[in-house]
Design a binder for this molecule. Structure first.
Ligand code: NAP
Length: 336
């Protein structure tokens, strides 16, 4: 059995550089052998820093005999083509969320993976590796709160880069809640709806903020997600699962409590990189171990597809003003 995986990273922006550092310093089973970026100087400076090859294109990196597994951290619209290309060359591929821009592209990926006859794809839903969510999942599945009835969740951000759009509140932000809630409840969604709410004057662009996203599951559970894309007091992620016999809540990250001036003060985090740093580390450690054992075991192309279908239904609902049905084909054997 191989002891180390040679990994190539496509996209050397914010999260690409984070994962390069992680794959180099935190995951003993991986060695970075190549990088690529649309903007060649970004790849060249990453290659210098991580002592590897800068490829001219993502396709050159995928086909390289020095790359066993590919990590896609380029911009959203480029994901599907790189994932399909990696599958075509029978390479493992870890794709940051979203798996693709459309449900149809996700279906192409699922078809290609099935034609390849083995699991190759993992999607970057890192919250499944967060210790808080893992403990919640354990409490729910061991029946510690009885049958889960509903989830109250919130995803609050302080700012967005210029060019942000209303739909990104679903495709870039709430996509994490879409994935984690169906994972916690072990059920699929039945309907999706976006509710209007008074708009925040702290939004720095023209997009709608906040939005409330409602989901129901096939067994009738209801999920509400408050999504603040901009102007919030911190980067604050909340999740409470209400069951028949009790509630489980996502713990806040540990921080020092200060008692002074007749008050207690506990700082909150401001950056997603810090909030989920341990989850990303565990995600990549588990990914590397699973590949060395033969196949990825984390969120699959099917999970990426369901997130995309659900996101599409939410976006449609904002336009129609009504709940939209979520209809999925039968889950292929490979993803059971
Ligand atoms: P970013 O800082 O803009 O970095 C993306 C990089 O990819 C940029 O250097 C960009 O070059 C390059 N690029 C764009 N299109 C490309 C292509 N076709 N081929 C090769 N390189 C290309 O964005 P980011 O924040 O790192 O996000 C990257 C991806 O990770 C996004 O899909 C995002 O949704 C995902 N993400 C996931 C999480 C999570 O929590 N799991 C967190 C953050 C980001 P240019 O600048 O020249 O366009």
């Amino acid at each position: 059995m191989k002891q180390q995986l040679r990994v190539g990273v496509i996209g050397c922006g914010a999260i690409g550089r984070e994962h390069l550092r992680r794959l180099t310093d935190v995951v003993p089973e991986t060695i970075v052998t190549g990088v690529a970026d649309y903007f060649l100087p970004a790849a060249q400076s990453a290659a210098e820093m991580f002592h590897c090859t800068a490829f001219q294109t993502g396709e050159d990196l995928i086909v390289s005999p020095d790359v066993d597994a590919v990590v896609v951290t380029s911009a959203d619209p480029s994901h599907a083509a790189y994932v399909l290309e990696a599958i075509r060359h029978n390479k493992f591929v870890f794709c940051e969320k979203p798996l693709a821009q459309t449900a149809e592209e996700c279906q192409q990926i699922i078809a290609a993976e099935q034609a390849a006859g083995k699991k190759l794809v993992q999607v970057g839903f890192m919250r499944r590796y967060d210790r808080g969510y893992m403990a919640m999942k354990h409490a729910i599945s061991s029946n510690e709160i009885g049958a889960p009835l509903m989830i109250h969740a919130a995803h609050r951000n302080m700012s967005q880069a210029p060019g942000f759009e209303t739909d990104y509140a679903v495709t870039r932000v709430a996509i994490h809640e879409i994935d984690i809630c169906r994972w916690l409840l072990d059920d699929e969604y039945a309907t999706a709806q976006v509710l209007g709410v008074r708009q925040s004057s702290r939004t720095s662009g023209e997009w709608l903020n906040p939005q409330i996203m409602m989901l129901t599951t096939r067994s009738g559970q209801r999920i509400d997600v408050e999504v603040q894309t901009d102007g919030a007091y911190a980067y604050d992620i909340q999740c409470h699962v209400v069951g028949e016999d009790g509630i489980v809540s996502l713990p806040d990250p540990t921080s020092v409590t200060k008692r002074a001036a007749a008050a207690i003060h506990t700082p909150l985090m401001t950056d997603w990189k810090d909030r989920f740093i341990e989850a990303y580390d565990i995600e990549f450690q588990e990914w590397a171990k699973s590949l060395l054992n033969g196949a990825p075991t984390g969120p699959s192309a099917w999970d990426g597809y369901v997130a995309c279908v659900t996101g599409d239904a939410l976006i449609r609902s904002r336009q129609t003003g009504k709940p939209e049905d979520i209809v999925l084909p039968e889950k292929p054997e490979m993803y059971q």
